[in-house]
Design a protein. Structure first.
Length: 193
């Protein structure tokens, strides 16, 4: 049987993304990925250096998809100027992340598991992990900015942990429960005046 030709790295990343989402990150290996593309391992390594490079690309693609969803939601909710209404924008973003995590469990785990610390520190991926901090408005009051920064970091941690707990079966939060917790946190903590 003749080997297939691939169009490039994007095709490899798409196949890897699908493999991880269907079977989990444990299923991702050069052999499995090459077989799913009907190419040799050598051909695979002509396009990527190693499995970590592929994981990094999967994480980046996961964030691209998540950001696209969030942008559409924020845009449709007339929240284009996030500096004016951080509470609403935070709630919308948290709900989008919840939906993404529930729909893409294995990808979400790859993106946020404790074992991916090296990817969180990667200079290309690091900005993706600060999605709540992108809500932070430019302001002169440095103390207020620090307080808001701290609250947004806490919100990021709480949202990520609740979704991970749901995915791995520690607590099966309904969307309604999740939103109630986020609402309570946002309404309690976003009082900076």
């Amino acid at each position: 049987m003749a080997r297939a030709k691939i169009s490039g790295k994007k095709e490899i990343v798409a196949a890897a993304f699908a493999l991880v989402e269907q079977e989990g990150v444990e299923a991702l290996s050069a052999r499995r990925l090459a077989a799913s593309l009907n190419i040799s391992n050598m051909t695979l390594y002509n396009y990527v250096e190693n499995i970590d490079e592929i994981k990094k690309e999967i994480i980046a693609e996961g964030f691209r998809q998540l950001y696209a969803i969030a942008y559409r939601s924020l845009e449709s909710s007339n929240q284009n100027n996030l500096a004016l209404d951080m509470k609403s924008a935070s709630k919308i973003l948290a709900e989008d992340i919840f939906d993404f995590g529930c729909s893409n469990k294995n990808i979400y785990q790859l993106m946020f598991a404790n074992s991916v610390k090296k990817f969180r520190e990667d200079m290309e991926l690091k900005p993706f992990y600060s999605y709540f901090l992108q809500l932070l408005p430019k302001m002169e009051d440095k103390e207020k900015r620090k307080k808001i920064h701290k609250v947004l970091n806490m919100l990021h941690f709480i949202v990520s942990q609740m979704i991970m707990d749901k995915i791995i079966g520690i607590h099966d939060y309904s969307k309604q429960e999740f939103n109630a917790y986020v609402d309570q946190f946002v309404e309690t903590m976003f009082n900076f005046d």
